[in-house]
Design a protein around this ligand. Structure first.
Ligand code: GLU
Ligand code: MG
Length: 462
């Protein structure tokens, strides 16, 4: 099996529809000419590793067609990188040997509005002989989407992006209150430039608003095919970073930014569809759930302790994941409950397309491809088992004895991950083992640090 003429592409069903700015099956040379016409001189090809960090290779635009056809070399060692750029060793991967080919998905190639002269595309990773690389996180997400499609199911997904800004000297650029209009005036030009850049890149922004923590903001985007949603969140964060830099600011997407404070979540919204019908609404179940929709959510809920190793993968994640911080620290679900790890959003009257479920316990250290793929795999396991949801929880579960907490440390969620047959099977032995090795090594690397030191070690890494 060798690469196709235009390079391998992630498998998976068609995306929701043509995206703004999407080029579809445009030949690479046409993409190169189009981007060149927009003043692009370099293409950044990125993927997100097991540490949750986007890594990149760049090529001059003259080499774009070559990169699309032959791929770009990159070592597989990055799959064993930790948050501090040191490396570990898994059973299958790690060490200096070998090389892979990075293939840009030119359907997502876009000129970067906040980085004139640059374009970006997400990349899939293949072996040199064209075989898909077992630890490619983006192809994992695509495989689970394809599995769902095999059951006649389609998913829509979106990540919320939360971040906090600081000036270069560490001071806050706004003293405005939580959700305060005040913050919009303090940082008016910055936020305008951000909206402009996101829009120019074809991203469908739904909301931009100040969040709870000092200097914290959030942007949400429209739901789309799950792989596209993960690509989008990489691009949104890259854009936030670039616009921040242009305004002399630094953006942190880290789970925790101040001891005891509210952190940055990366909540994942998903909805499940069969034959154009949203399975999370319009049915006979609680809050209109249809049977399959409920089984999917029950599957996700059951796997949440194991999913946390992916969705809250840093030792610092557990500084954020505490009760009464809207982070979803309790192992329960509830309609419109911002303290439940799994919040059902029943949808607006007469608008079935708005019903979805929000995995609230995930944060910005997570690899978005692994996180969405793993959630889908857990949901499909729920459907296969005909799972049902337990009793819902309303209000703050801290006030209700008997509602269990999710794991409170990385070693705890890692133990659940290692025991999860659902995730082992979905990821495959190599990806499962390598991811666990990275988590184990990060837990050791950062063990014993007090909250301040743990935050310092992770604040600017994601
Ligand atoms: N910042 C909160 C978190 O850590 C979430 C706030 C919200 O509900 O949007 O997840
Ligand atoms: Mg929020």
């Amino acid at each position: 099996m060798g690469p196709r003429a235009v390079g391998p592409r992630a498998v998976g069903p068609e995306a929701v529809g043509p995206r703004a700015g999407e080029t579809g099956a445009e030949p690479p040379r046409v993409t190169a000419a189009r981007l060149g016409g927009q003043g692009v001189v370099g293409l950044a090809l990125s993927f997100v590793d097991n540490a949750g960090i986007a890594r990149v290779k760049g090529v001059p635009i003259a080499r774009l067609a070559d990169a699309a056809e032959q791929g770009v070399g990159m070592s597989p060692v990055f799959d064993t990188f930790l948050v501090d750029d040191s490396t570990t060793q898994g059973r299958w991967l790690g060490g200096p040997d070998g090389d892979l080919r990075l293939f840009p998905d030119l359907g997502r190639a876009v000129a970067l509005a906040a980085q004139p002269g640059w374009a970006w595309a997400p990349a899939d990773r293949y072996h040199q002989d064209g075989r898909p690389y077992a630890a490619c996180q983006r192809q994992f997400a695509a495989r689970t989407v394809a599995r769902a499609a095999g059951h006649g199911l389609r998913l829509l997904a979106a990540y919320e992006v939360e971040w906090t800004v600081r000036r270069e000297d560490g001071s806050l650029p706004t003293g405005g209150p939580a959700y305060g209009l005040h913050r919009l005036t303090d940082l008016s030009d910055y936020l305008r430039d951000l909206l402009t850049a996101l829009d120019e890149q074809g991203l469908a922004v739904q909301q931009l608003h100040p969040e709870y923590a000092p200097g914290q903001f959030e942007v949400s985007v429209a739901a789309e095919d799950p792989v596209a949603a993960a690509d989008t969140t990489v691009l949104v964060r890259h854009t936030v970073r670039a616009v921040s830099a242009a305004h002399g600011l630094r953006a942190s997407f880290a789970p925790a930014v101040a001891p005891g404070g509210v952190g940055n979540g990366a909540h994942l919204h998903v909805s499940l569809w069969r034959e154009g019908r949203n399975l999370l609404t319009g049915g006979p179940g609680r809050h209109g759930l249809r049977e399959e929709g409920e089984a999917f959510l029950a599957g996700v809920l059951a796997e949440l302790p194991a999913l946390l190793a992916i969705g809250a993968p840093s030792p610092a994640s557990y500084l954020r994941l505490v009760p009464s911080h809207w982070a979803g620290a309790h192992h329960c679900w509830g309609p419109e409950n911002r303290e439940a790890a799994l919040r059902l959003v029943p949808g607006l009257p007469g608008r079935p397309e708005t019903a979805n479920a929000e995995v609230k316990c995930f944060d910005g250290a997570a690899n978005p491809y692994l996180a969405v793929g793993a959630v889908i795999a857990a949901g499909l396991a729920g459907i296969e088992a005909g799972a049902v949801l337990p009793e819902e929880v309303g209000g703050d579960p801290s006030d209700r004895p008997g509602v269990p907490r999710l794991p409170q440390s990385l070693p705890e969620s890692l133990a659940a991950f290692e025991a999860s047959e659902v995730l082992r099977e979905a990821l495959g032995e190599i990806a499962h083992d390598t991811f666990a090795a990275v988590r184990r090594a990060e837990a050791q690397l950062l063990a014993g640090l007090d909250p301040e030191a743990l935050i310092d070690a992770t604040r600017w890494r994601y």
